[in-house]
Design a protein around this ligand. Sequence first.
Ligand code: IPE
Ligand code: IPE
Ligand code: MG
Length: 252
Amino acid sequence: MAVDDSDNPKNDAQGRIVPAHVAVIMDGNGRWAKSRALPRHAGHRAGVKSVRQIVELAAKRGVSCLTLFAFSSENWRRPAEEVSRLMGLFLEALQREVNDLHRNNVRVEFIGSRDQLQADLLKKILAAEEKTKDNDGLRLMVAVAYGGRWDIVNAAKSLATKALDGKISVDDLDDELFATELALHELPDPDLLIRTGGEQRISNFLLWNLAYAELWFSECLWPDFGEKQFDEALAFFASRQRRYGFTGDQVA
Ligand code: IPE
Ligand code: IPE
Ligand code: MG
């Protein structure tokens, strides 16, 4: 989707503009656990509670799409025990939450490479996507085994195949056509990126789609992230002037 497609921006009760699409890098679970002398997986478990709360809040505040970074393509490099705990936690959370999500009219989908996912998790993912596919409330995108470079390479491969098959010509290729092959192809670009945990980097998240996102970094560790922090991020967003290359006077 083109960068200036700001899907009918909504306003909140105070008349402030609400981001249509919020993307979140949920970082800091390990440090949260470490500071309590707990194993890292206890931090991931605590992080699931924040996920639940943020999904509810996003819908309440009028956000249309929420994309959560749960596991990156680089996170496979972590110790096998942590990876296995994380996959187990995804499975458990999905099992537990899918009915509630469905009841709340949430449409849940997963983005990322499915090649390395275990069969039982993949089965639950497909079932959750199928069950919620006709819901027209919040669109919840969960990025698991996702990498921004993987996404772009995937799109390039698909376009190259189409060109070789004569379905498109190389001259047709522009950013709009390219974006149709990306994992988030049906959604507007994220308006706001939130990263918790104090790092100020993208860590191979939505490299293409974040082109014009407003970036909000918080020292708060993900398990401590809640309503106060989410509303701070929304207030920050509402205070930004988005220019997309124009001058301030042009967009005022
Ligand atoms: C984010 O928390 C969750 C995942 C990457 C799966 P971390 O596990 O990266 O937590 P820190 O950064 O080590 O504190
Ligand atoms: C980014 O966090 C990935 C997720 C939150 C899922 P990381 O903890 O993996 O990022 P780096 O390694 O510190 O950049
Ligand atoms: Mg981290």
